[in-house]
Design a protein around this ligand. Structure first.
Ligand code: NAP
Ligand code: ZN
Ligand code: ZN
Length: 346
């Protein structure tokens, strides 16, 4: 099936228009006509081959919203015209313990990612949502609650679930104290979601101009991280810290801000890694955990939660010809707080 989109053909060249084939839809497949796709910082790491695993041509995009164009004869949960979402992965083994437990994101054979993977046939490369159409097994297609703005809902498929799943997993609830590090695409969703759970939210940021936004999004405190003494004064204060920073940094000062047994959740995927001093971990039995998006059942749970609470992402809509400029602006921190591509213009 022919479709079109934007692809990177090398690490150091701009993305450009690209025509390609999707697989022919099978009996259990949903053909989605894509309306909107968010730009995640992972798309940027990936197209620039910062993780050293990119194959070209690369069509990024895993915050996908669209309408069902057609369904295969065995599809049960979707009908033509319905609004749906597709997130970071499009298949998994469905037999291992993780898959059976609804954690397809941790499939023991490795999930098949929306881009940068090979389909179960072993030869077809997956291409992401910077495109007009996608074909996905119905198990990996999500329902989008009525009433949510569809463009603002696109980033929920990655930024939303990546912050929702670990904040739920650490048991964040009414009265918990949480800090969100880095107010970007993930960070701003983390603030909104943590606040919706009733937690007391602080933003740790290097950008003083974001303070008013942090408070509008639901934070009650804003801490500038540029001065180490500021964090020293917050020692032992937080139940959890969600670290969304996209570049190399040192975790030690933040670790020291956790209560005893508190958890720092690392979701940022810095290509150069992170650093930390062991002492704040040892004293207080604090923990660092990692988290990768979320399973299909919890992604649907997150979408339903957002539907109930009216939560979407703060977005700036762009056309395909602005993708390269949007990458540059995201890298400069000049985005409030997610670029979303109007995919009807591909
Ligand atoms: P983003 O919109 O660019 O936000 C990243 C934020 O980190 C920036 O807004 C900035 O916040 C802070 N930051 C950036 N560079 C920094 C530096 N050198 N030092 C200190 N702070 C810095 O990116 P995003 O889309 O939210 O993604 C964030 C990271 O999460 C990326 O690495 C991405 O690949 C990763 N990711 C992981 C998962 C997962 O499943 N684990 C899913 C999606 C994305 P302030 O200006 O407020 O300091
Ligand atoms: Zn992402
Ligand atoms: Zn599996």
């Amino acid at each position: 099936m022919q479709t079109r989109g934007y692809a990177a053909t090398a690490a150091d060249t701009p993305l450009a228009p690209f025509a390609f084939d999707r697989r022919t839809p099978g009996d259990r497949d949903v053909h989605v006509t894509i309306e909107f796709c968010g730009i995640c910082h992972s798309d940027i790491h990936f197209t620039k081959n910062e993780w050293g695993m990119t194959t070209y041509p690369a069509v990024p995009g895993h915050e996908i919203i669209g309408r069902v164009a057609k369904v295969g004869k065995d599809v049960k949960r979707f009908t033509q015209g319905q609004r749906v979402g597709v997130g970071c992965f499009v298949n998994s083994c469905r037999k291992c313990g993780s898959c059976r437990g609804g954690h397809e994101n941790y499939c023991e054979l490795g999930p098949i990612m929306t881009y940068a993977s090979v389909e179960p046939d072993g030869v077809t490369h997956t291409f992401g949502g910077y495109s007009r159409d996608i074909v996905v097994d119905e198990h990996f297609v999500l329902n989008i609650p009525e009433g949510l703005d569809p463009a603002g809902a696109a980033p929920l498929l990655c930024a939303g679930i990546t912050t929702y799943a670990p904040l739920r997993a650490v048991g964040l609830t009414k009265g918990s104290r949480v800090a969100i590090m880095g107010l970007g695409g993930l960070g701003h969703m983390g603030v909104k979601l943590a606040a919706s759970f009733g937690a007391e939210v602080t933003v740790f940021s290097r950008s003083p101009e974001k303070e008013a936004d942090a408070r509008r999004l639901g934070a009650t405190e804003f801490v500038l991280t540029n001065n180490p003494a500021t964090l020293e004064a917050l020692a032992g204060r937080y139940d959890a810290i969600l670290d969304t920073i996209s570049a190399k940094h040192d975790l030690s000062a933040a670790l020291n801000c956790l209560k005893p047994h508190g958890t720092l959740i690392l979701v940022g995927a810095s290509p150069e890694g992170v650093e930390f001093n062991p002492f704040p971990l040892l004293f207080g039995g604090r923990k660092i955990v990692g988290s990768l998006v979320g399973g299909i059942p919890e992604t649907q749970e997150m979408l339903d939660h957002c539907g109930k609470h009216g939560i979407t992402s703060d977005i700036e809509m762009i056309g395909p010809d602005q993708i390269n400029e949007a990458y540059g602006r995201t890298l400069r921190g000049d985005v409030k707080y997610r670029f979303v591509i109007d995919c009807t213009k591909f």
